[in-house]
Ligand binder design. Structure first.
Ligand code: ADP
Length: 257
């Protein structure tokens, strides 16, 4: 299997490796589509640990993480959830968008995220001591945070924190070339468009353009689509539904393509 491509942005690889060695959990903050998931996949490979990913939503219950009793012809049996699997067998449990989950859900993480490293399962009475290779990683997007949904300090203060942002222009350009197949000149134009959009007053755009969207634009261009159309269908339409904002973005694209 070929290795997952990940170009480091700063000292995140060293920090993550150190946290893994010290058995400390990691919290990654950053906007959507800036490389958080790719980074964790790559770290899983580098450390030789499986990655169990859970994407949170407001209906996510503790059972979705820990496991539940299921019924078969032979009766009921217990099935481990992704968190329990990682705790038992070793591996990285990556809980994405943790602030989307209900607060009571994340409480199950507390005893795993400090020196205890145990997971008590109320339903079965079992208390599992974490495998030496178990690592807890959570992420969230500070942009989506609101008063009701912020992460509790008692949860937050158990983690080594890494702050991610969109990659620096030279890095983003290289990522675009590698991931979408565009040439250096087109990649540069896409990076320039991104930097202009990112410097716009963000009151009208909920969140600036992600590396992911730039890659989509690049892929459409590589497939033979006209670059202007490619940018309209990937970048512009994804960022806003407001007519006046769309117009501003469209003009910005025409300056480059
Ligand atoms: P997030 O988890 O932050 O929402 P992803 O990890 O899914 O975002 O990143 C979106 C895409 O951007 C990835 O699929 C990958 O193609 C690309 N990407 C972003 N940053 C990097 C990087 N530093 N190295 C390699 N690819 C990257």
């Amino acid at each position: 299997m070929s290795q997952t491509y990940y170009l480091p942005q700063s000292n995140e690889v060293e920090l993550f490796s150190a946290a893994a060695q010290m058995n400390l959990p990691v919290l990654i903050k950053g906007p959507t589509g800036c490389g958080k998931t790719r980074f964790i996949e790559s770290m899983g490979e580098q450390l030789g640990r499986d990655v169990y990913t859970v994407v949170c939503h407001d209906d996510l219950s503790a059972a979705d993480l820990v496991g539940r009793h299921l019924i078969s012809e032979k009766g009921t049996y217990w099935q481990d959830g992704p968190l329990t699997k990682a705790v038992r067998n070793g591996g990285i449990c990556y809980i994405d968008e943790i602030i989307e989950a209900r607060k009571d859900t994340t409480v199950v993480l507390h005893s795993l995220a400090d020196y205890r490293r145990v997971l008590p399962i109320d339903r079965t009475g079992e208390v599992i001591e974490a495998h030496p290779d178990f690592m807890l990683v959570v992420s969230y997007n500070p942009g989506y945070q609101n008063v009701l949904k912020g992460m509790k300090p008692s949860t937050k203060q158990r983690f080594i924190s890494l702050s991610f942002n969109y990659p620096k222009p030279e890095i983003e350009k290289e990522v675009l070339i590698k991931e979408s197949g565009v040439n250096a000149q087109t990649a540069q134009k896409l990076v320039d468009i991104a930097s202009e959009i990112r410097s716009l007053d963000d009151t009208d755009i909920q969140e600036a353009v992600s590396t992911r969207l730039l890659i989509y634009a690049g892929k459409l261009i590589t497939k033979g689509f006209d670059p202007y159309q490619a940018c309209m269908h990937s970048i512009v339409e994804s960022l806003s539904d407001e007519e006046d904002v769309l117009e501003v973005l469209q003009k910005l694209i025409t300056l480059h393509f």
